[in-house]
Design a protein around this ligand. Structure first.
Ligand SMILES: [Zn+2]
Length: 307
């Protein structure tokens, strides 16, 4: 005989079923509907408090079938002794608390999928559970723009999380940085907000991007302010995604420019940076769009492109 008992402290569910020749108990953690422990033991090894738990649970049921099963279990486990106090006693109290108010069903035993309220298996629930366990958490949902390459989306995600190795971030990680100031303008320390939003080079470039896209420029000093400003822009959803992709390309180009200033023997040219952003974004976005818009329309009125 085998019994399967499901103890769920959040919903007081208890499943008992005859299977083979062992007792199996699964305990579900509070608030998180997933198995945290599963114990399979032979009945001869069952300790007395297990016996009491089972009998206590069964005693709460007024179902005739359950009562007869209770008698059978009592017979099988009749060798169990008294609770010896200490941890046995506290475990017994805890488990009895778990099954407080439990009602046993007279239905046939069946598999129940407990990750949603419907009891039906769904791959999406498994995916969400795995994502929940393994993926890093962020209070703001990840943004993904299909019109730009993966590396640009990853880069924008790092901008959002402030994970780029700016000079200030390197200092916070214990790296010796002789000069923390912005290598482009030298007016402030190079943190993420300065490099991508406050630096004079960036404001000049973003002004040009705004003029190109026929949107009002605003002084922005952080990613969260940019997001707030961007969300208020009125464009069709697809075209707005395109514009967001252009911003990702702008940030990526600025980071590339900054790295060239720091590490390349050739001094990069500021005067072609905006032109590079326009041509680079045309190449990347057009190849990922179903619409074959022309270079001229991209150059003159990207906000009117139909996707
Ligand atoms: Zn600067």
């Amino acid at each position: 005989m085998k019994m399967e008992i499901l103890l769920d402290p959040t919903s007081n569910k208890l499943m008992v079923g005859d299977l083979c020749d062992s007792l199996r108990i699964k305990l579900v953690t509070t608030g998180k509907k997933r198995w945290c422990d599963s114990i399979r033991i032979k009945l001869v090894l069952v300790t007395h408090w297990f016996t009491l738990i089972v009998l206590s649970a069964l005693r709460r049921s007024d179902n005739e079938n359950m009562l007869s099963r209770s008698l059978r279990i009592r017979r099988i486990l009749k060798d169990g002794g008294e609770v010896r106090g200490g941890s046995e006693s506290s475990q017994l109290s805890l488990l009895q608390e778990y099954i407080e108010g439990t009602i046993l069903s007279s239905l046939e035993d069946r598999w129940v999928w407990d990750l949603n309220g419907e009891g039906v298996f769904c791959v999406k629930d498994v995916r969400n559970l795995l994502d929940d366990v393994f993926l890093p958490k962020s209070p703001i949902a990840t943004r993904w723009i299909k019109y730009v390459p993966i590396k640009l989306n990853v880069f924008a995600w790092k901008v959002h999380l402030n994970r780029l190795p700016t000079r200030v971030n390197l200092q916070h990680r214990g790296v010796l940085v002789s000069d923390p100031s912005c290598p482009i303008c030298h007016s402030e320390d190079e943190d993420l907000a300065h490099l991508f939003f406050r630096c004079s080079l960036v404001t000049d470039i973003v002004r040009l991007v705004c003029r190109w896209w026929n949107i009002a420029w605003a002084s922005i000093d952080s990613y969260s302010n940019w997001l707030h400003w961007f969300n208020a822009i009125r464009l069709s959803p697809k075209v707005k995604d395109l514009l967001e992709g252009v911003f990702y390309i702008t940030w990526w180009s600025i980071w590339r420019f900054r790295n060239q200033v720091l590490f390349s023997s050739l001094v990069p040219r500021k005067d072609v940076l905006f032109d590079d952003i326009v041509s680079r974004s045309f190449t990347w976005c057009r190849s990922r769009c179903k619409s074959n818009f022309s270079w001229v329309s991209w150059l003159q009125h990207p906000y009117l492109i139909s996707l």
